[in-house]
Design a protein. Structure first.
Length: 159
């Protein structure tokens, strides 16, 4: 019998596989903290909207996950997302390690880590290969991702 927080992580990623952002969002506490190398830190509804935006824009998307482990306080998982990057139409296979903190039966913190330069090489091609290692370029990508999220939230009437 698995721990309820293991089942929570599995429910989150199974919903992601189905592109069900509302079930994903329901796995989070109201004040969730999310972080990753592209979006940086997102809180609460902003984090839930990131998933809504990514699910809505996903093209040729598939996801696998494994290595799910959790106890009362913390958890982790490994997941792989395959998709077309919408801005370039290039295929991306992103391998992500996730860490979680739980509170009251939901995810209170979700931290994703992955190789940003590797992601940029796939998503941006030669430009990502040549410049993706640069902190300046990585900051520009993060700013672009945040602008995209802000635009999505504005269209949804939440910004």
């Amino acid at each position: 019998m698995s721990h309820p927080n293991t089942e929570l992580i599995e429910r989150f990623y199974a919903a992601f596989q189905r592109r069900d952002a509302e079930t994903m969002a329901a796995c989070y506490t109201d004040d969730v903290l999310f972080s990753d190398p592209v979006f940086g830190k997102l809180h609460g509804e902003e984090a839930r909207d990131m998933w809504r935006m990514l699910v809505a824009r996903a093209q040729d998307f598939s996801l696998t996950f494994d290595g799910v482990e959790a106890d009362e306080q913390r958890g982790r998982a490994h997941w792989v997302a395959s998709y077309l990057f919408s801005q370039t139409g290039r295929a991306v296979v992103n391998r992500i390690d996730a860490r979680f903190v739980f509170r009251d039966g939901r995810i209170a913190e979700h931290h994703d880590s992955f190789d940003v330069w590797g992601w940029m090489r796939q998503a941006l091609g030669v430009r990502g290969t040549l410049l993706g290692w640069s902190p300046l370029v990585q900051r520009a990508i993060r700013a672009q991702a945040r602008r995209g999220l802000a635009g999505y939230r504005h269209k949804q009437g939440r910004a």
